[in-house]
Design a protein around this ligand. Sequence first.
Ligand code: FES
Ligand code: FES
Length: 152
Amino acid sequence: MKFTVNGKDYALVVESHERLLDVLRNRLGLKGTKEGCSTGDCGICGVLMDGKLVNSCLIFAIQARNKRVETIEGIGTAEKLHPVQRAFMEWNASQCGYCIPAMILAAKNLLDKNPNPTQDQIRRATSGILCRCTGYLKIFEAVQAAAEEMKG
Ligand code: FES
Ligand code: FES
């Protein structure tokens, strides 16, 4: 199969049962995508596929054929963070960090489509991702702050 991950083209032979999550982590070495429940409930394995947030533990790799996948590794760099990443740091929106790659992807996807989200829209956009640490409030505040910065 051919697909694009973080703007880079890949051609891989995959098994029919291989999950996108495993291909990203084990074949491409993109360990930023985390595994939680493995059953589609926690959202922590979230990646963007053609601009849609999907649970990569539920997607067979072959379903990503000819699609554009984005993982946390494709969002900003250590030298130049994406505004959402910077806001998560500045607002202390991360504790253990396990859910944060998916949260940041969900937030970025929202802000790409809707630069002026309401609190309710932010909550809905991130509602499929369970965070055991933060209580969510700091995450919502960080996304709002990122929206303000990106508008500016
Ligand atoms: S690990 Fe995929 S939804 Fe929980
Ligand atoms: S920061 Fe720990 S699960 Fe969200």
